[in-house]
Design a protein around this ligand. Structure first.
Ligand code: HAM
Length: 413
């Protein structure tokens, strides 16, 4: 049996990879407009970076982490997301002096999930974290940044921005009490997962996909009734800010997100085009995260986009530079062609060299690589110190002296 990649991982090539690179390059261009600076954290981290911070009962920590002991006996994890690693790096590198700090990152993440369309065990995220700003303008700015990326990719009409608040700690505590009281009365109808969460993380029950849970949730008390004044104001300021920037959004009162570090703002940008995997960008505010990891109290807000998922939605890729094909016939011509290709590339042109086969085969290759022009070199041409420059679209050809090749390909402005 031939070797296969691990389930949920894949070799990415061709158009799929070009789409992913296009998404990442577009995101990069836009986050730069907002002043985000790049950070690269390790793909492998100590278990403790994620275990408590994301929450023991979160899906990621309870069932999706690639966690193992390394050969030295240390508990390590292939990172399942980027935020906790950035928070660790923030503390370790003494970045508290540099707030407000805008960081972005991209790279592979790992989650042991059931693979399906748009859901992989190794996937790519591009994310931003705006650290050190208490005010809601940070939340508005990061959502605006995500929206601008989607607009730039021409996907804005195919996605929906969903926002919600899960309030500050005080609001969450009072809501939690009311929610648990209510759910206890319906415990028999809850799924096993939700029963476990009832004591530890009842809020998560709100976004359960289980049909029985959904029925129970319909009658649950609404979070908005338990928001204190600060939380209410924060959320209404967020909405006003988004409106003033012309960013369309809907409020989803059941949106609570799967990670424990959030408070106040949570949001997801979703699509109906990828089946069950609807979120293409997701994030929120995490004011308690850095302190919970041993740093000084520092607020933060950010998001991560699933690059693989957004790439699946991108249809029009920018066209690639079409190469100039060099088609040599004969050994001497091949040597000359190699040198010519080298010189033209040094001058910044894209060149494809026909390696072998008869004339027809080499011309076919020129076509296949999308060349518009072919430079044909045979014994005859060498004797006359010229090349034949053929316009592949029109079929026209002319003879050009060897020392004028570059000029003939790049007309002077
Ligand atoms: P998340 O919602 O877990 O948030 O993931 C963010 C995005 O990553 C998802 O919306 C989705 O597009 C993509 N994603 C997640 N899992 C997979 C998968 N198995 N296959 C393909 N794509 C996937 C976070 O990771 C937070 N760290 C976001 C954040 C940043 N919050 C604040 N700052």
């Amino acid at each position: 049996m031939s070797l296969q990649p691990i389930r949920g991982t894949r070799d990415i090539l061709g158009d799929e990879l070009r789409q992913m690179r296009f998404v990442a390059a577009t995101a990069l261009r836009i986050v730069k407009l907002y002043g985000f600076q790049e950070i690269e954290t390790p793909v492998i981290e100590p278990l403790a970076v994620f275990a408590r911070t994301l929450g023991d009962t979160s899906d990621i920590v309870s069932k999706q982490m690639y966690a193992f002991q390394d050969r030295g006996g240390d508990d390590v994890v292939l990172r399942p997301e980027g935020t906790a690693g950035v928070a660790r790096a923030f503390i370790n590198n003494g970045l508290a002096q540099n707030i407000p700090l805008k960081l972005f990152y991209s790279g592979p993440m790992f989650r042991y999930e059931r693979p399906q369309k748009g859901r992989y065990r190794q996937f790519s995220q591009f994310g931003v974290e705006l650290i050190g700003v208490d005010g809601v303008q940070a939340d508005i700015e990061v959502i605006a940044c995500a929206w601008q990326i989607l607009r730039e990719l021409k996907l804005d009409s195919r996605v929906k921005v969903q926002i919600n608040t899960i309030g500050d700690q005080e609001s969450r505590n009072s809501y939690r009490t009311a929610l648990v009281d209510y759910l206890r009365g319906h415990v028999a109808r809850l799924s096993e997962d939700s029963k476990t969460r009832l004591e530890k993380n009842p809020l998560r029950i709100l976004d359960s996909k289980d049909e029985g849970d959904q029925e129970v949730i319909k009658g649950a008390p609404l979070f908005e009734k338990f928001l204190n004044e600060t939380s209410q104001k924060f959320f209404s300021d967020l909405q006003n800010g988004l409106k003033s920037l012309g960013i369309p959004f809907v409020i989803d009162p059941m949106l609570v997100r799967g990670l424990d570090y959030y408070g106040h703002t949570v949001f997801e940008i979703t699509t109906e085009e990828l089946g069950a995997q609807s979120a293409v960008i997701a994030g929120g505010r995490y004011d308690g995260l850095i302190k919970s990891m041993g740093g000084t109290q520092t607020p933060g807000v950010g998001w991560a986009c699933g690059t693989d998922r957004i790439a699946m939605m991108v249809k029009d890729l920018p066209s690639e530079t079409s190469p100039i094909a060099i088609v040599p016939m004969g050994e001497v011509a091949e040597q000359k062609a190699l040198k010519l290709a080298h010189e033209l590339r040094e001058k910044g042109l894209t060149v494809d060299l026909g390696y072998s086969g008869n004339m027809q085969k080499r011309m076919k290759r020129a076509d296949k690589v999308g060349a518009k022009v072919a430079l044909i070199i045979g014994d005859n041409e060498i004797a006359k110190n010229i090349v034949v420059v053929k316009d592949l679209a029109k079929g026209e050809q002319k003879e050009i002296p060897w020392d004028q090749i570059y000029e003939s390909l790049v007309p002077k402005k």
